[in-house]
Design a protein around this ligand. Structure first.
Ligand SMILES: NC(=O)c1ccc[n+]([C@@H]2O[C@H](COP(=O)([O-])OP(=O)(O)OC[C@H]3O[C@@H](n4cnc5c(N)ncnc54)[C@H](O)[C@@H]3O)[C@@H](O)[C@H]2O)c1
Length: 279
């Protein structure tokens, strides 16, 4: 029996992590973590597409221009609103017109506002607020996977990395929030749990099609000025490493899952949480 070429191929670390010439689309790229992912993949050589809603257009353009200056790659900013399938289809068309392909899709966007409505007790939680979060955080991932998955099927190649959360894996411990006003909503937990299992579903669904689908589940990321001291202390106590994440803590996981270094990995959920979910 002749071994499959990939099973006998040898690659160096540099080759495994090299993304030169790959096109990577990042949704919700103008928020806290998107720019870190864009920087990480650009450093590895990828041409990144910074996509976000129209209201974030200026910030998206700023990130794109910074990356171009820093790495000399060919990034692009684009408006893509996950509430609307047409917006995703239009963005996909523009991306194909510019690059002719999409190698990597990172489903990073999230709608998780901290408002009186989203901080309401579960028993009184507003149905529209619930639906809005599910629409972007879960249905949005379904839609981008549908639109970009079709492109990847035609190309016979693709890598999708979805962003889950520890709150898609375990219940939010209500004791840590105190008066912080940062309580995590049930809709967010339901959406992120859905994203993690949609990831497994799609990895299985596209088996044999050369499309890998994985998720990363980050723990809480430090956001200066947003989290108060009581919350920070409570949160850090619950991690094994005694701290929240810095955005750069997620670079390794992202580069691994988007590159050939994870060529044998699909359907997995890579947990980056300082041990939060392990005790
Ligand atoms: N920050 C954390 O502590 C943390 C922890 C675990 C998981 N995550 C996940 O990581 C990802 C990024 O988090 P972040 O902290 O950068 O969030 P963020 O809120 O800073 O950024 C999210 C981005 O999504 C965009 N967005 C919102 N609605 C959209 C829509 N309809 N269409 C397209 N884009 C839309 C926003 O404009 C924003 O730029 C999210 O999926 C989040 O759930 C974050």
């Amino acid at each position: 029996m002749i071994p499959h070429e990939r099973m006998i191929q040898k690659k160096t670390n540099a080759q495994l992590f090299d993304l030169s010439g790959r096109v990577a689309v990042i949704t919700g790229a103008a928020g806290q973590l998107g720019p870190e992912y864009a920087d990480c993949l650009s450093e590895a050589g990828a041409d990144v597409v910074i996509s976000d809603i129209a209201a974030s257009k200026n910030r998206s353009e700023e990130i794109t221009s910074d990356i171009k200056k820093k790495y000399g790659t060919n990034p692009k900013s684009i408006t893509m609103d996950l509430f609307e399938k047409e917006s995703i289809e239009q963005a996909a068309k523009e991306i194909l017109d510019s690059y002719g392909k999409v190698d990597i899709l990172i489903n990073n966007a999230a709608y998780n506002p901290i408002t009186k409505e989203t901080q309401a007790a579960f028993e009184n939680y507003n149905l529209d607020a619930w639906k809005k979060i599910l629409d972007v955080d879960l249905t949005g991932v379904f839609l981008t996977c549908q639109v970009f998955g079709k492109i990847m099927l035609e190309q016979q190649y693709g890598v999708i990395t979805n962003i889950g959360s520890v709150y898609g894996m375990v219940g939010a411990d209500q004791r840590i929030y105190g008066e912080s006003g940062l309580n995590s909503a049930a809709a967010y937990a339901a959406a992120k749990g859905g994203v993690i299992n949609l990831t497994r579903y799609l990895a299985a669904y596209w088996q044999g099609k050369n499309i890998r689908v994985n998720s990363i589940s980050p723990g809480g990321v430090y956001n200066p000025g947003v989290q108060n001291e009581e919350f920070l202390n409570n949160y850090m106590y619950k991690t094994m490493l005694g701290r929240m994440a810095a955005p750069s803590d997620l670079r390794g996981a992202m580069l691994f899952l988007c590159s050939d270094a994870s060529d044998f990995v699909t359907g997995s959920n890579l947990v980056v949480d300082a041990g939060w979910t392990s005790w």
